[in-house]
Design a protein around this ligand. Sequence first.
Ligand code: NAD
Ligand code: UGA
Length: 458
Amino acid sequence: MRFKKKILCIGAGYVGGPSMAMIAYKCPDYQVTVVDINSARIDAWNSSQLPVFEPGLDNIVKKTRGKNLFFRTDIENQIKENDIIFVSVNTPTKSYGAGANMAADLQYVEKTARQILKFSQSSKIVVEKSTLPVKTALAMEKILSHAKGKIRFEVLSNPEFMAEGTAIGDLENPDRVLIGSRETKCGLKARSRLVDIYTRWIPQDKIITSNIWSSELSKLVANAFLAQRVSSINSISALCEKTDADINEVAKAIGMDRRIGDKFLKAGIGFGGSCFKKDILNLVYLCNYYGLREVASYWENVIRINEYQRERFINQILHSMFGTLAGKKLSILGFAFKADTSDTRESPALYITQKLMAEQAEIVISDPRALKNAKFDLAGAKGKVSFIEDPYAAAANSHAVIVLTDWDVYRRLDFRRVYRSMIKPAFLFDGRNILDHRKCFSIGFNVYRIGKPALTHI
Ligand code: NAD
Ligand code: UGA
């Protein structure tokens, strides 16, 4: 079959895989190829065990893989053969040199631009899908401007706004798709070619276009605003605990104001995930770079409150359990950074577990999807830690149960059974405020929650 369009994505990660699978699913007449330098990852995409767990993803990949969706490692050939190339490589926080622990590490993006330049034999549209500091497109353009002969590249920005755990719904029915371009004749033409892809399933009024710098910056700002809401509600949860106000009641009362809205007002142990922290750090770095110290410090506080919230939670465990955790068995329910994902990158659970291990507690970790990553994250950690998928088995003979991920399965646990199997007094710390606290208290637990007074028998 001759395909109408041939699309390539460089980077087969959490974004590259699902977003390209959705394009292939919605556009059966397009050939979509995803390449990666990590051949094990490509093998996993071609197997029945996809490298990322995402509800609904298996189904879409099953329907498209081998028909119009291909996962491959021959990057050079694929660059030659495709004329729209998405770049969806990782952009972690830089861990070395100037800007260490702040700036985005752009080496993978730059390498990709150089590969595109080296292997291209015709003009192409290069689409930034990775989250990047504003003005990265300029660096891409400078590299790509060294093409031979008549080959020309147009760089577009098309940031991805999907969230893990809901990626398929987000990709199928996004709030908006943002496409930024140069406002030149060639830029606008390239932009309209990308708009054509998305209009295959997304209403025109949800596809917004802008200048390329607004597009790059909007992605960082969107994540910063979302994280800021989480830090805002978490900061108020600390005040609730001092004043007998209830954070859920406060969140409901303010969230019903349409100007505020009710999303991202769930207090907990702080945000995790691979992006919020790195993107805010990136924003802070940019502000400092441009001499905007006050702006930088404003956003930096979002991260500070996030760390404070985790610290408060750990201190509460330590102090309520009589000031010592040494030799006590603590069972952690949930290690993923949020429900419905196996991703543990920057998970608050990782930090909290390490701190509890440093107190010489004996840790048992349970999670329906993330145990493989948890084992990897804690390989070599000093102390006693074990991994058990069954939450009942994990909780047996423990001094405390600590909920760190908002998995639905934990809401439905038989807490009478859990209580019976535990050492008394039995402690329950709900870091996500998802359980029926009064019921657990009436069963006999000493219940500690976020932004509400504790319910204790001691
Ligand atoms: P990831 O680490 O899961 O995937 C990136 C992939 O790129 C890796 O498999 C890596 O091997 C590959 N890669 C790196 N350099 C390469 C090269 N030169 N050639 C081929 N492959 C190469 O990362 P991710 O979570 O998919 O995130 C990718 C980007 O998307 C980041 O900028 C991130 O901020 C952004 N983003 C992520 C999410 C999310 O939910 N994870 C959502 C929106 C945006
Ligand atoms: C987030 C954004 O929501 C996406 O729009 C964005 O594309 C993505 O980052 C990215 O750039 O990587 P994600 O990190 O997958 O998506 O998940 P979120 O649902 O945003 O949750 C992030 C963290 O905040 C989680 O740890 C979650 O538990 C926490 N959170 C979220 C709260 O503690 N309270 C809330 O009310 C909402």
